[in-house]
Design a protein around this ligand. Structure first.
Ligand SMILES: [Zn+2]
Length: 266
């Protein structure tokens, strides 16, 4: 019984292969056709065909490999399932494939919905699901105790800072992950992008990310409280520096806008 991590050439995106009893479970297999086929070939080489595919969230780079496993059960959280069924990710996969010059395997699908906060039988494994909203509303972490591994989707990355859709939710997610990492740590934490981490490395990232989001809120709220208009509050928010660089541009400013939307009265 073991776990193998694969890394895409795009954004160091993580795919996992969990193997036991002649069967394999893939998490976020991606991104290009060739990369996904390499993962499938490795499973075949181990005599453990992929019977289940899990997706941490519906972002295109995490669901773009599902179609390579037509015989497997594609399982994900209810909000991810809703997004996939709605067709948005399929459209985005096609668009991004063109944009990045990638050949991808096709549109994603959903076969099974996993309730958050529960343990589920997934192939030969018991998989505990943890709701992780913040990067996207639908994030779902997967913990497999028999392999001592926790996959957290696009949180806790050493190659990104928080890409936030909801700052309050993201702070709650980080606070929850910090509690898990302190009191019930897995041996290995696998973020959606960048290298796998020990629990103590992941804790360091979580603390730094939470400090950044706290500073972002304080800066924007403080400016608004002292009478700043939106533009000046935006400038103040930009002073909250992300804890590390990221490959994608514009996220720092987008996080400030998200924070502003949450604090300004509708
Ligand atoms: Zn991602």
């Amino acid at each position: 019984m073991h776990v193998e991590r694969f890394e895409s050439a795009l954004w160091q995106t993580s795919s996992l292969l969990l193997v036991a009893d002649g069967e394999a479970v893939a998490i976020d297999p991606g991104i290009s056709r060739q990369e996904v086929e390499e993962l499938a070939a490795r499973a075949a080489e181990l005599g453990a065909p992929v019977t289940h595919v899990l997706a941490t969230h519906a972002d295109w780079d995490h669901v773009c490999g599902i179609a390579a496993f037509p015989g497997a059960v594609a399982a994900m959280g209810p909000l991810t399932a809703q997004a996939v069924a709605g067709g948005g990710p399929a459209e985005l996969i096609a668009r991004r494939a063109l944009e990045y010059g990638l050949e991808t395997v096709g549109p994603p699908r959903v076969d099974r919905t996993l309730a958050p906060g529960r343990a589920h039988h997934v192939g030969p494994f018991t998989v505990e699901t943890i709701a992780l909203a913040g990067h996207t509303p639908d994030g779902l972490g997967f913990r497999v105790r028999s392999l001592d591994v926790l996959a957290v989707g696009d949180h806790l990355s050493t190659v990104e800072f928080p890409f936030v859709s909801d700052t309050a939710a993201y702070r709650f997610t980080l606070a929850g992950l910090i509690d898990v990492l302190r009191h019930d740590p897995p041996a290995q934490v696998v973020p959606g992008h960048g290298p796998p981490l020990s629990a103590s490395q992941a804790l360091e990232i979580a603390e730094a990310d939470l400090a950044y989001l706290r500073a972002l809120r304080d800066a924007v709220a403080g400016a608004l409280a002292s009478g700043a208009d939106r533009e000046r509050a935006h400038e103040a928010g930009l002073e909250a520096q992300p804890p590390r660089p990221a490959e994608i541009a514009g996220v720092h400013a987008a996080n400030v806008e998200t924070q502003l939307d949450e604090l300004l009265e509708a």
